[in-house]
Design a protein around this ligand. Structure first.
Ligand SMILES: C[S@@+](CC[C@H](N)C(=O)[O-])C[C@H]1O[C@@H](n2cnc3c(N)ncnc32)[C@H](O)[C@@H]1O
Length: 247
């Protein structure tokens, strides 16, 4: 999946994911949380190609976006000329300002591949939050998702945009490592033209799923109090959203 974030492939991500994720609904969901806790100044980590950003920028909520991929940052900026976007790694960033809330959506936490990375990300997020600021993020729930892919599972997702048809075939299987609940995700991305599948890119990655207890412990150890744990349906994965407050 990582190969879709740069070198021109970010455009394919951009086209396909608009059909997988309803960004209007994402905005409704996250903006309600932000408003409920009166934290209307957001840093979105892993902003991708700037679709969720677009809704925030057109709302009364202050918004800054950050992504590891320079190509994604450029795409976000192109989509939202008035927005503020920068390149940064969630495990190691310093912005010289703080925010009322920090968001990580679309299971981007799956790229925190080991416990040291999780710890570093939470510390950076803590340092960039105002007093009593909120950290709101989602994650793939290992308990439910691993049951589904236990013996290996192939899933096809089709995406149709105005001018193009795409298809993604994913093979997913749990991969229990020394430390964490990882899974293998081998994906092939195709464009469908005249009924034939043309391979665009082939991606093999190892990504992480979490249990609720892991996040409870990480947050507790880093002085966050959990305000809410929300079970949320998503297009491909069993997902929880956690809202935690800086103590
Ligand atoms: C699954 S995409 C989600 C993008 C966007 N939130 C959306 O909903 O379309 C994950 C994004 O996180 C970014 N990313 C991956 N690792 C990151 C890291 N360590 N720090 C910041 N961004 C990261 C990727 O470049 C990619 O744009």
């Amino acid at each position: 999946m990582q190969s879709l974030y740069s070198n021109g492939f970010e455009n394919i991500y951009d086209e396909m994911y608009q059909t997988f994720i309803n960004y209007e609904e994402e905005f409704q969901f996250y903006s309600e949380i932000i408003k409920k806790y009166h934290k209307e100044n957001v840093l979105e980590i892993g902003c991708g190609s700037g679709h969720l950003a677009k809704h925030f920028i057109h709302s009364s909520i202050g918004y800054n976006g950050m992504d590891l991929s320079n190509d994604m940052v450029l795409l976000s900026q192109k989509r939202n000329p008035t927005g503020t976007f920068l390149k940064g790694d969630m495990t190691n960033f310093y912005l010289n300002k703080t925010f009322k809330s920090i968001l990580i959506t679309a299971r981007t936490t799956s790229y925190l591949l080991n416990n040291v990375s999780v710890q570093k990300a939470i510390k950076n997020i803590y340092n960039h939050l105002d007093k009593k600021g909120i950290f709101c993020f989602d994650f793939i729930d290992a308990n439910r998702f691993f049951k589904l892919i236990k013996d290996g599972k192939t899933i096809t997702h089709n995406a149709e945009t105005k001018n193009k048809k795409y298809s993604r075939t994913s093979f997913m299987k749990p991969k229990i490592t020394k430390e964490n609940f990882m899974f293998q995700w081998d994906a092939k991305y195709y464009e469908i033209k005249d009924q034939s599948h043309i391979l665009l890119t082939d991606d093999q990655s190892e990504v992480r799923a979490f249990t609720i207890n892991e996040w409870q412990l990480f947050l507790e150890l880093n002085n966050f109090e959990i305000l809410e744990i929300i079970d949320r349906k998503s297009y491909a994965f069993d997902t929880y959203v956690i809202v935690a407050q800086k103590q």
